[in-house]
Design a protein around this ligand. Structure first.
Ligand code: AMP
Length: 467
């Protein structure tokens, strides 16, 4: 860097007095300050040891999206707060209690997204996607934020994967989405059960709500305090109550299906027929209503099939979704029927782990072709280049430069279960050779460094049939 440039850089650094950023951990450590930081309540890290699960989840979703022709949409984490208030609805838990809402520096009321459907709808309208061939099929993967009371399976920041189909009213869309959710868990090896219901159109639902409130009012003295409140504020949530004392009341409550008009009933029947045809197992659950306002007709939720449901606690739904035929219009777009669903990754990973533990299934391990062990400074210098050359030829080589002894490196190779170790010592560097050690038999062979790639590939080809 020229002296002039260094001067300019110094000027820039000096140019913002009083606007220093808050010190990070690293900065604190550099000044000898021993303060360490905890996570904010309800937040959590996804640690490298979890990668083997998370990667698998992401790839499974990506493959499904490719297969069923969904394209990835990436929307901002921060949106205008009203986008969610209008779409999800006042009176819902998400909007009333759980949104991270604040004013930005310009005084705009913004929110960290609690879900993506509203953003997908905004994008569909804003980018004129109704002009494209319909339906428009989009998928997403990312963080959501809900200022919920943290407990097992409930965080304030969590990941969801979701699929949305906009611009098609046909029941085949609902069935395709349910099939996707089913396939997702099938591919991951987690048995799930899909609960389905229809909550009809707003007019049908309104009539049903009136009947439900009338029925519940007559049973008021038997209800828990929460239900007494729900009766006035959000009667459909009465059907979600898990309190024991409310169960007998719930069991005899009017069922929404009896309040649906012919068209809504037919739509639901067709969805179920498709599911039968696809052999996707489902459970009809008349009390399933979902917590967001925008749903119309089909709604569904996914649950893990476990021997002990209580082990999962109250937060057992892995995901859910449904049809939202009126949302695009309500958000200012042309009438465009749509449907979608989202699945919680943290809860799904934890359910899969529980299932694997219970059935003694081992997590997937990353497979390497060989482990490169190096001895001495010269060898280490050569080793990084050798690893890079082998990587460029398509071979996966593990190594650990923090380990110096041959013994500990071979132990590492052993625990990784690699078939071969490549040993590079002082002598090999001078001779331009590498030792290839068969980890199973212990037999070693000295090979010219230029030939190591071919020799190793030839040796590895004996495993081709196992792949
Ligand atoms: P919802 O749209 O609210 O039904 O959420 C869909 C899925 O996202 C749920 O079934 C959970 O798996 C996941 N989810 C929702 N809220 C949370 C949360 N606070 N913490 C962790 N996962 C959540």
């Amino acid at each position: 860097m020229s002296k002039q440039k260094i001067k300019e850089k110094k000027k820039i650094v000096k140019a913002k007095p009083g606007k220093e950023k808050p010190r990070t951990d690293a900065a604190a450590a550099n000044t000898g300050n021993k303060k360490t930081y905890a996570l904010l309540r309800g937040m959590h890290d996804v640690l490298p040891r979890e990668e083997k699960y998370w990667k698998n989840f992401y790839h499974t979703a990506e493959h499904l999206a490719e297969h069923f022709q969904f394209s990835r949409i990436e929307t901002p984490l921060l949106e205008e707060a009203n986008l969610f208030i209008r779409s999800i609805g006042k009176g819902t838990d998400v909007v009333d209690k759980e949104m991270y809402v604040f004013e930005d520096r310009d005084g705009n009321k913004v929110a960290l997204r609690p879900e993506v459907t509203a953003s997908a709808v905004r994008a569909y309208i804003m980018h004129g996607m109704w002009n494209m061939t319909q339906p428009v099929k989009m998928w997403y993967w990312g963080q959501m934020f809900r200022y919920d009371r943290p407990q097992a399976g409930r965080y304030r920041q969590f990941f969801q994967v979701g699929f949305e189909t906009l611009g098609d009213a046909d029941p085949v869309v609902d069935a395709e989405l349910i099939l996707l959710a089913h396939n997702f868990y099938k591919d991951l090896g987690l048995p799930v059960e899909i609960h389905v219901n229809s909550i009809g159109l707003p007019e049908e639902r309104q009539k049903y709500k009136t009947a439900l409130v009338e029925y519940y009012r007559s049973k008021r003295s038997y209800l828990c305090d929460d239900c007494k409140q729900r009766l006035n504020k959000n009667p459909l949530r009465l059907l979600d109550c898990k309190q024991e004392r409310c169960q007998p009341v719930k069991e005899d409550a009017p069922q929404i299906i009896d309040w649906l008009e012919e068209e809504s009933k037919n739509h639901f029947m067709k969805v179920l027929e498709y599911l039968d045809e696809l052999a996707v197992p489902y459970v009809l659950r008349s009390t399933l209503v979902r917590g967001l306002d925008y749903y119309t007709r089909t709604v569904f939720e996914v649950y893990p099939v476990v021997s002990d449901v209580n082990a999962l606690g109250a937060q057992s739904a892995l995901g859910g979704g449904g049809r939202y035929d009126l949302l695009v219009q309500e958000m200012g777009g042309r009438p465009s029927p749509a449907a979608g669903f989202s699945l919680g990754i943290e809860r799904s990973v934890s359910a899969l782990k529980q299932y694997m533990d219970a059935n003694q299934i081992k997590p997937p391990v990353q497979k390497f072709d060989a482990y490169l062990a190096q001895l001495g400074d010269q060898a280490r210098r050569r080793a990084l280049k050798a690893i890079n050359d082998l990587r460029n030829s398509g071979l996966k080589i593990d190594y650990n430069f923090s380990k110096n002894s041959l013994k500990s490196q071979l132990e590492a190779a052993n625990s990784l279960q690699v078939p071969y170790a490549l040993i590079l010592g002082q002598k090999e560097v001078q001779d331009g050779t590498v030792i290839i050690r068969d980890m199973e038999s212990g037999v070693q062979e000295i090979v010219d460094q230029k030939k190591v790639e071919n020799v190793l590939k030839k040796k590895l080809s004996r495993f081709d049939d196992d792949k």
